[in-house]
Design a protein around this ligand. Structure first.
Ligand SMILES: [Zn+2]
Length: 304
């Protein structure tokens, strides 16, 4: 059975909380390890509401330093002093995030009683920034008014399980078994043994990509190629395409185009402008161009 790989959207509005929507924040639960993407205002309230296990939070990934993506961060961090957190927490974000956190802590003369490991990023090409035996996280630049990163989460599957009879049948050595389990073919004399003929089938690795905030930008397509689910901001509908471009945001149609080019299995919309009471318009526009589209909303839980 595959491990839990669950996305929870904790905030789906742009700029400020409105109509019951908080600003950007999402949680990923992979096999009971939690990861937060962005931490807009209200993130902490939503974490409690949607049962994000704070003490199992491993990393926080911040896209950029606009308030609607970071105003929830001070509360999340300082609350850990009341929860007696002792395990380290990783925080990733563009350069400037360290000064932001330090200024907030200094102003309140607050000392965090756990280790906060801050990684500031300024790379201009996609880079793997975090890796465990279960997940690999890649950060890639987006085009917004200030330095912004998107994130891709790739599941790392464990080794293949070899079919026992095949070991006897082909008199496989220990080193050959090792190769096959890792997904490599092996040579025996003139014959090449195909690993896929010797192992039990397994599920395809699942993946998730988060792209917010960004203007329409096809250069991200190779990095998010074939992703299982893509969250792409849909701040506006095409009616406001000019505003979208000026403010470095995306329309529903444009997000659908990116999903199509990337061959995404699913598109999830969000980061709705407060001009939309229900957020339906950008979602419906995206869905009209890309059928596999789901409307993102606060409290949405999606199993990848
Ligand atoms: Zn934003």
């Amino acid at each position: 059975m595959s491990k839990t790989f669950q996305l929870t959207i904790l905030g789906s509005n742009a700029a400020m909380p409105a109509f019951g929507r908080m600003t950007s924040c999402q949680s990923i639960n992979y096999n009971d390890n939690y990861f937060l993407i962005d931490a807009g205002e209200g993130a902490q309230i939503r974490m409690t509401e949607y049962k994000v296990k704070r003490n199992r939070l491993r990393c926080i990934y911040i896209s950029h330093l606009h308030g609607d993506h970071v105003f929830g961060l001070p509360g999340i961090l300082t609350s850990y002093n009341h929860y007696n957190r002792s395990t380290p927490l990783h925080l990733f974000g563009p350069t400037g995030i360290k000064a932001y956190i330090e200024a907030m802590l200094a102003a309140g003369q607050t000392t965090l009683r756990f280790e906060l490991i801050i990684t500031e990023m300024d790379h201009t090409t996609p880079q793997v920034i975090w890796k465990s035996h279960e997940l690999t996280v890649t950060a890639f630049p987006l085009k917004h008014r200030i330095a912004t990163y998107g994130y891709r989460f790739d599941e790392q599957l464990s080794q293949y399980n070899i079919i026992p009879q095949k070991i006897k049948e082909h008199r496989l050595s220990i080193s050959e078994i090792k190769e096959i389990k890792s997904g490599n073919n092996v040579r025996q004399g003139d014959a090449e043994l195909q690993y896929l003929d010797l192992v039990y089938p397994r599920d395809k690795p699942r993946s998730y990509a988060y792209c917010s905030d960004t203007v329409y930008d096809e250069s991200i397509v190779p990095t998010i190629k074939d992703v299982t689910a893509l969250y792409h901001e849909t701040t506006y509908t095409s009616e406001f395409a000019k505003e979208a471009e000026e403010r470095y945001h995306t329309t529903g149609m444009q997000a659908a185009k990116i999903a199509q080019l990337a061959n995404a299995g699913l598109l999830i919309t969000g980061h709705y402008s407060s001009r939309y009471r229900r957020g339906d318009e950008p979602y419906l526009e995206a869905k009209s161009y890309f059928a596999e589209t789901l409307k993102g909303y606060d409290g949405m839980i999606h199993n990848l």
